[in-house]
Structures are given as C-alpha cells and as structure tokens.
Design a protein around this ligand. Sequence first.
Ligand code: HEC
Length: 200
Amino acid sequence: MNKTPWWASESFWRKVAVWITGGMLVILIFLTFDTVKKITAGSSRVPAYSVINKRIYYRFNPERGFMEPVIGDDAPLFGKMLSEEEAEKLVSLGKMTIQAKNCMNCHTLLGNGAYYAPDLTKAWLDQGWGAESVRENMMVSFLMDPKTNGRGYGTMRRMPNLGITEEEAHGIVAFLKWMSSIDTNGFPNNFKTIPQEGDQ
Ligand code: HEC
C-alpha cells in the first residue's frame, strides 16, 4: 500500500500555490494604493507644490531624534506668489529638466542616483549658498554657469556646464525648494543648513 498522504499530494500544493499568489496579489494592490497616497504632493509628508511660496526650515525634533522640515511664513520664490497650478508647472519644468539633463548621473535625489556629487534632497538648505537673501540668485547663476560659480566640496570636483536656460534654472530651483520640504525621516543625515531667520 503506497497511498500518498494528503499533504504530499500534487493537488494540495497546487491549491496552496494559487491561494498564496492570490493573497499576495491583493496585498500588493493594497500597498500600491497606500504608497501612492503617501507620495502624492499634497499629503502630510509631501507638501503641495505651492509650498514654494513658504519659508522652509530644517529643525531638530528631539522626539523623533532627527532634523525635520518645518514650513514657515510666506517667502515667495523669486519674489512672486504662485497659485497651486503655477507652482506645479514650475516644479514640473524643473523635474523635466533634471530628467532631461540626467542629473542623477552624478547626484542622488532622495537617495537615488550616483554618488559622484552631493545629494540634492536638501540642496535648497545648503550652507554653500551663503545667506538666505542671496540664495535664489546664487542657485540660478550656479546652475547656468557652474564652472565659474562652483564652491567646491573639498573633493575638487566641478559640475560641468549643462546648457541650462534661465527659465529651466528657475524650474530647478523651484523643484529643489519643494523637494527640501519633504519629510524624509531625517535623510540626509548630519546635513548642515544655511543660517535661516527663525532658526534657534
Ligand atoms: C557630471 C556630473 C554632474 C552632473 C551631470 C550634474 N552635476 Fe550638479 N554638481 C556636480 C558636482 C561635482 C558638484 C559640486 C560642485 C562644487 O562643489 O563646486 C555639483 C553641485 C551641484 C549643486 C550644489 C549642491 C549643494 O548641495 O548645494 C546643485 C544644486 C547641483 N549640482 C544641481 C545639479 C542639477 C540640477 C543637475 C542637472 C541639471 C546637475 N547638478 C548635474 C556634478 C554634476
């Protein structure tokens, strides 16, 4: 008598495989919707694009144990308050330019990309821009002519001139400002911020 026990039968394992695949598919669909909700601009961690009209700080939160972005008073980018649509258009232009010029070939954005040049997640808040009052213009002139306006990170590396127009540079600055407002659980760690009004 060589009867196969039920747990070793082919039909049992076929059913197990079908149920596990089906169950995982449901979980995957749920997680996809959950993630999309969390990464959409206008959610709690990823502010709406019009955040570029506000001052953005980076402050230590003792409860969480790391720096987090704080959204302050009005501080319109390039001195102009933008509607949600206008802000989205400008940030999108910056994003498209960043993709078209393949900035991730050297930089990381939110940790993704290459490690040749600094991470750009909080570049808007970098001390390298000197003071808050001159930052926007410094960023535009750097992006349009990085060879002349580079500041050096002790690596002796230089960013090449990528032929960025003034309009594209404004878009990139808007994108970088918006990205710096994203709550990234303290990433990048140990980032030294530009001295800002209201910083304690
Ligand atoms: C060939 C490599 C390379 C590419 C491509 C590149 N960069 Fe850079 N980038 C650098 C290097 C190197 C530095 C540091 C320059 C310095 O210190 O003077 C830098 C610095 C910067 C900074 C200042 C960083 C900070 O923390 O303040 C910004 C902003 C920046 N790049 C934006 C961009 C954008 C936007 C693009 C795409 C349009 C881009 N870079 C493409 C190499 C690159």
